[in-house]
Design a protein around this ligand. Structure first.
Ligand code: AHR
Length: 489
């Protein structure tokens, strides 16, 4: 029996809903086919955007969507993606399969997508191969309402009113695919580029500087010697979970051993220490904590599915992904006083997707269902939790979070153990639960996943294996499961 104590009176930081954000890149079948099929497609669509996918993302209450990359962002020239589609310039997507990008999905289509989903746009600007003028004009095109060359061009292209744009990243992975820069060089460039990203007509940009790759603490340190709170609102962190730790042979998405499974968790939870250490460095340079940390790319990265284009990064998604998604979200919630956003890579058909598509078919993955289950944590107040630990050869197998909103407590808990159910006794201080609704995501086999022919193998189901007495909640949590409890007094 493990004990968990939730202190309902110890309200900690607000859980920013942007922690449940998503990322969409011009990569493989994420944008094209996955999200955008064009108006002439036989797949039901609105302005070329798939209705089924937009509906599924809207149901998830996706708060924010990052675009157009990733590595693609630093070779994207926005002017190629506006105006009449037949006149749009084509380019080679050199990072992702060398395919021809026809630019039919551009700025206007991205804002249409965000409107359909009901989310905030987060745009990554091109610092790697674009000019200061190009970036500055993009901001003017999107956000300036008065008369100017760029707003006239936007109006000519059918959009009278400027859009509201808050989140704007200046360069992506500038330490790697975004220009292979040294932190000092990038930091100076960042200061220059951001100068010309203006706030027009009351639109206030929330500028994001390219932060570190995983545990590159030197990048954070050197960056923050030069980039100050008056230059940036946040810095980004990218961290991917590779089961084997070997980028050359990452491991299969569906066929994995128990050892690989536990190693995936071991590598996923490393992000906790990584975040902690970056935040410590950030505190030294920004003691008032004015600069936030955005984990703008995270998730499991496996070998691509056999028979698919290696540059398209398509992978299946199993119950293992559900478990690691829950562990990750718990870590972001734990750090929610300073982690202001996190975007899983990527929304559709790429890496740890929440949605997979094949022609007109669409399936929600186990990861989708975890995001769905966790929705009540959005904008809740994180509660102090003290939990016994549980592990398998040193790899944690128990993870949980609790929040409160409008006098309703929401508690999520994951049992990652492959063979053993976990008995839990959860107490809530002087909060006496009277009404509990519980849901669970689980599968007998950790390799279970959803397919286009059998789409409900892993989904959210009602859970009843619990009892409460006074302020105590006793739960028998099945092996390999993620559960959520909505508790009213
Ligand atoms: O998400 C796939 C790629 O991973 C992104 O383009 C890049 O930023 C990262 O290396």
């Amino acid at each position: 029996m493990k004990n968990i104590s939730v202190n309902v009176n110890a309200k900690l930081s607000l859980i920013n809903k942007n922690i449940f954000g998503h990322f969409s890149e011009h990569l493989g079948r994420c944008i094209y086919e996955g999200i955008y099929v064009g108006e002439s497609s036989s797949i039901p669509n609105t302005k070329g955007i798939r209705d089924d996918v937009a509906d599924a993302l809207r149901q998830l209450e996706v708060p924010v969507l990052r675009w157009p990359g990733g590595c693609f962002a630093d070779e994207y020239h926005w002017m190629d993606g506006i105006g009449k589609k037949s006149g749009r310039k084509k380019m080679i997507n050199t990072h992702w399969g060398g395919v021809t990008e026809d630019n039919s999905f551009g700025t206007h289509e991205f804002f249409d997508l965000c409107e359909l989903i009901g989310c905030e746009p987060y745009i990554a600007g091109n610092l790697g191969s674009g000019t200061v003028q190009e970036m500055s004009q993009w901001i003017e095109y999107m956000t300036f309402g008065g008369k100017s060359p760029m707003s006239d061009l936007r109006k000519k292209n059918g959009r009278e009113e400027p859009w509201k744009l808050k989140y704007f990243g200046i360069g992506n992975e500038s330490w790697g695919c975004g220009g292979n820069m040294r932190p000092q060089y990038y930091a100076d460039l960042y200061r220059q580029y951001q100068t010309y990203c203006r706030n027009y007509d009351g639109n206030e940009l929330y500028k994001v500087a390219c932060g570190p790759n995983a545990d590159d603490y030197n990048w954070t340190e050197e960056l923050l010697k030069i980039v100050k709170p008056w230059h940036t609102k946040a810095i980004s962190l990218h961290y991917y979970t590779i089961p084997t730790g070997d980028w050359g042979k990452k491991g299969d998405a569906v066929e994995f051993t128990d050892e690989e499974y536990y190693n995936t968790i071991k590598n996923a939870v490393k992000i906790d220490e990584i975040i902690t250490r970056h935040l410590d460095i950030m505190s030294a340079y920004d003691p008032k904590h004015e600069i936030g940390l955005i984990v703008d790319e995270w998730g499991n990265w496996f070998d691509v599915e056999k028979g698919t284009n290696p540059g398209f990064l398509y992978q299946q998604n199993t119950m293992r992904d559900a478990v690691t998604a829950a562990f990750n979200l718990d870590i972001f919630i734990k750090h929610s006083d300073r982690v202001v956003m996190a975007n899983i890579a990527q929304a559709v058909n790429v890496l740890q997707s929440v949605i997979l598509t094949e022609g007109e078919k669409m399936v929600k993955t186990p990861t989708y269902h975890v995001f769905d289950l966790y929705r009540p944590h959005m904008e809740g107040e994180k509660l102090f939790i003290c939990a016994d630990s549980s592990d398998k050869d040193g790899v944690p197998t128990l993870s949980c979070s609790a929040s409160v909103k409008d006098d309703t407590v929401f508690f999520t808990v994951t049992n990652a153990d492959l063979n053993n159910d976990e008995e839990l006794e959860v107490t809530f201080g002087d909060f006496m639960p009277s009404k509990i609704k519980a849901e669970i995501i689980t599968a007998d086999d950790i390799h279970e996943h959803n397919t286009f022919d059998s789409s409900e193998n892993v989904t959210v189901n009602k859970f009843e294996n619990f009892a409460f007495n006074g302020n105590k909640l006793k739960i028998k949590l099945p092996k390999s499961s993620v559960a959520g409890f909505t508790i009213k007094q």
